[in-house]
Design a protein around this ligand. Structure first.
Ligand code: FNR
Length: 368
């Protein structure tokens, strides 16, 4: 058996292989945050396609935490109910359903990428007629110069912060109701929790800004709230940006990520999903195959946490080597899963001698 197809046990959760569908926004909801047939088919196909974990896109814990008015949400029982058929189908295919819980902070209320990805003011509408809203920021004066002015930002008050923590707790409870096995807290890519982590976007002078301990406080409190309601036997992941890629200034970097990973592991986080950047338009990020893997490797070596690697992973042999060489515990695949929903099956066919066993019975006549 290849290393990519060795199971991964986290708490009571048995993940059949090391391949996960990386969270990817589909911007395909009506402005109510409810999943549509698109989500069922999109996520369902990747479960059929052999992914060990199928993770939802960034799923907003509150309406103002959406990146666009068309993002998925989990802020009511109706959302949980609507997601349940999706988790059931994913599970029936032998995959583990996971949900990424998100709050977009000051990068919220934007148009979809194909509509320009520009801020929508509270008194404006997007091309589909959906309303914008006032967004939450740790420090509005430190809003990075993304394209388009950011017209209406509120500096998060103590009440806002408590509201965010509660929203995460409620979202985790609803995710459980919806049938998810893994909850991932999104603390990467310049969204709210990352905005608090990085000194570039966090200039607060209260308990939530300044020192490493204060900048990481909100994330730790969110994780504590999620872990509180998430069953002992089920895993919690956190996605971080391993670095801001802003070495010319005081910013978030890999050393802080390693230190954070240990703190999170102590709070009961099972895996750190290591991405990078997204905080500032002047980031100096490399690209290409495996470009974020060294960050995941550094977190794995420097802390007690298991890690996921993501970014530029497109080939079965490449993914297998990452696990075989102990560079990561899990491989998250994004765009390659958009090109090929059956990436997992293709990998099994390439790497496994008994590949037909990995294929859904309905499809086996297609395999040699
Ligand atoms: C993304 N990405 C992303 N990341 C995340 O944490 N939450 C999200 O909702 C999204 N949304 C999203 C949408 C689309 C269309 C793309 C292409 C990407 C980032 C994604 O999960 C992944 O980290 C990157 O795409 C890098 O991995 P690949 O694509 O090189 O395998």
């Amino acid at each position: 058996m290849s290393d990519l197809f060795s199971p991964l046990s986290l708490r009571d959760c048995e993940i059949p292989n090391r391949i996960a569908v990386s969270p990817m926004c589909q911007y395909s909801c009506d402005p109510d945050g409810l999943p549509t047939e698109w989500h069922r088919v999109h996520l369902g196909s990747r479960a059929v396609g052999g992914a060990g974990i199928v993770m939802t896109e960034a799923t907003a814990v509150s309406p103002e935490g959406r990146i666009t008015p068309h993002d998925l949400g989990i802020w009511s029982d109706e959302h949980a109910e609507a997601l349940r058929p999706i988790t059931e189908f994913v599970r029936e295919q032998g995959s583990v359903p996971a949900i990424q819980l998100a709050h977009a902070g000051h990068k919220a209320s934007k148009t979809r990428p194909w509509d320009g990805n520009v801020p929508i003011a509270p008194d404006e509408i997007d091309p589909d007629g959906a309303d914008g809203w006032e967004v939450l920021s740790p420090s509005p004066d430190a809003y990075p110069p993304f394209s388009g002015d950011r017209p209406a930002m509120r500096k998060a008050t103590q009440d806002d912060i408590e509201g965010v923590i509660e929203a995460y707790r409620d979202a985790a409870e609803r995710s459980l109701e919806a049938g998810f096995e893994i909850a991932e807290v999104h603390a990467a890519h310049g969204y709210l929790l990352h905005e608090f982590l990085s000194p570039v976007t966090n200039r607060r002078e209260d308990d939530y800004g300044g020192s490493f301990e204060d900048r990481t406080r909100l994330l730790r409190e969110v994780v504590r709230a999620v872990r509180d309601v998430w069953p002992e036997g089920k895993p919690v992941f956190v996605r971080i940006s391993g670095t801001d890629w802003l070495e010319d200034r005081d910013s978030w970097d890999v050393d802080q990520s390693v230190r954070l990973a240990d703190d999170l592991a102590e709070l009961g986080v099972d895996l750190i999903d290591v991405s990078s950047g997204g905080l500032h338009p002047e980031q100096d990020a490399p690209g290409g195959p495996n470009f974020q893997v060294p960050l995941a490797e550094a977190v794995r070596q420097g802390s007690d946490a298991a890690v996921g690697a993501v970014g530029g992973i497109t080939e079965p042999e490449q993914a297998d080597a990452l696990v075989r060489n102990d560079r990561t515990d899990l491989v998250l695949v994004g765009r390659e899963f958009l090109r090929d929903p059956y990436f997992g099956l293709r990998a099994a066919e390439d790497l496994e001698t008994d590949a037909p066993e990995e294929w859904p019975i309905q499809y086996r006549r297609a395999v040699r």
